[in-house]
Write a protein that binds this ligand. Sequence first.
Ligand code: FAD
Length: 125
Amino acid sequence: MSKLGNETAKAELGRATWKLMHTMTLRYPENPTQDHRDALESYFYLTSRLYPCGECAAEFQQLLKKFPPQTSSRRAASLWLCSVHNEVNARLKKPAFDCANLDATYDCGCGDDNATSTSQASATG
Ligand code: FAD
């Protein structure tokens, strides 16, 4: 693939990954169990190890060392991820995102919170 093609593919992968991760933290429970907290923390550490773009994975690993995942609530997790994404934006000379706009930006169309609790309960049960 050409250099331009590589950059386009890397950017597409980045956009898709950020979208998934932000949407996930915004659907994360308001009052997570320890199991939820362990799962979300593992998710970020595993993503940082397995992320297909090597440069991005190394960057994410450094960020996780400096800013360990916040998993105590939906608000803590979503604001933490927003600020980590802003760290990446700063490194890439992209504008910072206003984290007050998270809820308006990431609507997954997945229904209400009760649906989330139900699917989580059935996934674990
Ligand atoms: P993106 O940064 O992909 O953001 C997509 C959309 O999310 C934006 O349009 C905006 O609506 C919203 N958004 C922006 N900032 C925030 C925020 N703080 N919180 C919530 N929403 C926000 N690329 C590299 O070239 N080098 C790297 O080292 C690198 N590291 C990466 C590490 C990770 C963990 C990930 C997931 C991606 C990384 N990328 C890296 C890709 C890079 O971050 C971008 O995804 C890519 O450059 C496309 O940028 P974009 O301008 O389309 O917006």
